[in-house]
Design a protein around this ligand. Structure first.
Ligand code: ATP
Ligand code: MG
Length: 401
């Protein structure tokens, strides 16, 4: 938990410094919240059941649908744009394997109330900042689902069919994809990937189609903002399993993390809030796979800087109560980790325990010293010891820590 807290605190610091505020949502929701737009992959893997009242509920598989519900019920009158973030456990009945669990954690942000490319750029930049703040090397891939979806619509597929095609892409079901869409332009486009120059190539492929070209301009704007700030790759084949995405989508991978190397996924969802009965409200966000981030840190041999005890207080002879009191005072007054010996071990055993814990100082409360209102303080690093007055024991440490 020390290591996990380290990652948690680091991520929240970066996220909060961009103006995002923490929210917390319930672990379970009505199942129907996820049935409409969360996508086949999530629906197939729901932990869904009836409660004693016969309600259909499920453990949350992801947070964005809950955020949309929460927004409509509680947050819709707040000033916009609204910047919120969360950290918590999610549940999916998947086949467990390395870095894929049935209970896992996500840390995510949602930026609600802006359809600007600046909003897209902000969340993408923020995800990259989080990676960089831990020194993690990553690969960021960008796409705009609006380009693909509107192209499919101009090719006479309806919206439901377009969503299905994107889902096939996400799941890598290429044979079915070829069967479903015959358009050469579509397949040329979805295979296109590379640096900023592929934007021109894409424009050539879809030059006959107005709406997709318009969406492509949004992607161009985004790239213009991000240029020089973060490294990215454009990949028109990036789809996301969550059906509610309408615009920019992106993912972040860490090399050498194995088969499950995607640590972050996100995108723009401009219709979800309206679909759930709220006002038309554009939004964009992402979720980090917290457990995979942990793995990436461990693999990179990240220095977690473990907590150490600074002081151990040990009573020798009939001084247990005084030792207890001394430890209490030090714990209350110092910004230090103070341990109290409570196993009645001999002094030498206590000191070797303390050295093993890399404790810096031992406060030895002995009967003789106590009679003179003193204790012995031993520096376990230098082995030097000296006498210190009990009344000002806090002051003695303040100068030395
Ligand atoms: P994947 O393709 O790995 O299944 P996903 O597309 O289902 O990921 P999202 O639903 O976008 O992922 O969730 C965002 C992040 O949460 C992922 O990038 C991943 O890091 C993490 N994640 C998703 N499912 C799991 C899981 N079962 N166990 C651990 N982490 C997960
Ligand atoms: Mg998945």
């Amino acid at each position: 938990m020390w290591e996990r807290r380290h990652l948690h605190d680091g991520l929240t610091k970066v996220i909060e410094s961009a103006g995002y505020r923490r929210i917390q949502m319930p672990l379970f929701e009505e199942t129907r919240l996820f049935m409409e737009k969360s996508g086949v992959e999530i629906i197939e893997n729901l932990y869904a059941f009836k409660d004693k009242g016969g309600r259909n509920i499920c453990l949350r598989p992801e947070a964005t649908a809950s955020v949309a519900r929460f927004y409509i019920q509680e947050l819709r009158n707040r000033p916009k744009p609204l910047r919120i973030y969360y950290h918590g456990s999610m549940y999916r009945y998947e086949r467990p394997q390395k870095n894929r669990y049935r209970e896992f954690f996500q840390t995510g942000v949602e930026l609600i109330g802006s359809d600007s490319s600046l909003a897209d750029a902000e969340v993408i930049w923020l995800a990259c900042r989080c990676m960089e703040s831990f020194g993690l090397k990553y690969i960021l891939r960008l796409n705009h689902l609006g380009v693909l979806k509107s192209l499919l619509q101009e090719l006479n597929l309806n919206e439901a069919e377009a969503v299905e095609v994107v889902s096939l892409m996400d799941r890598g079901l290429l044979d079915e994809l070829e069967e479903k869409v015959s358009s050469k332009e579509f397949h040329k486009l979805r295979k296109l990937r590379g640096g900023r120059s592929v934007l021109e190539k894409a424009a050539k492929i879809i030059k006959e189609f107005d709406k997709p070209l318009e969406k492509l301009d949004e992607l161009k704007n985004l790239c213009g903002i991000l240029e020089g700030l973060v490294e990215y790759e454009i990949d028109f084949g990036v789809a996301r399993g969550l059906d509610y995405y309408t615009g920019i989508v992106f993912d972040i991978k860490v090399e050498d993390l194995g088969a499950q190397d995607q640590v972050c996924g996100g995108g723009r969802y401009d219709n979800l809030i309206q679909l759930f009965g709220g006002p038309q409200t554009p939004a964009v966000g992402f979720a980090f796979g917290f457990d995979r981030m942990m793995e990436a840190l461990r693999q990179g041999e990240f220095e977690f800087g473990y907590v150490k005890n600074d002081i151990i207080v040990v009573g020798v002879g009939d001084t247990r109560i005084e030792a207890f009191k001394t430890a209490s005072i030090l714990r209350e007054s110092l910004d230090a980790v103070v341990e109290l010996e409570i196993l009645d071990r001999s002094l030498s055993k206590t000191l070797s325990h303390a050295s093993a814990q890399k404790t810096r100082f031992a406060v030895i409360v002995g009967e003789k010293e106590l009679a003179e209102s003193c204790v012995t303080v031993k520096d376990l690093k230098t082995e030097k010891q000296e006498s210190a007055g009990l009344v000002d024991i806090v002051g003695w440490f303040e100068g030395r820590m």
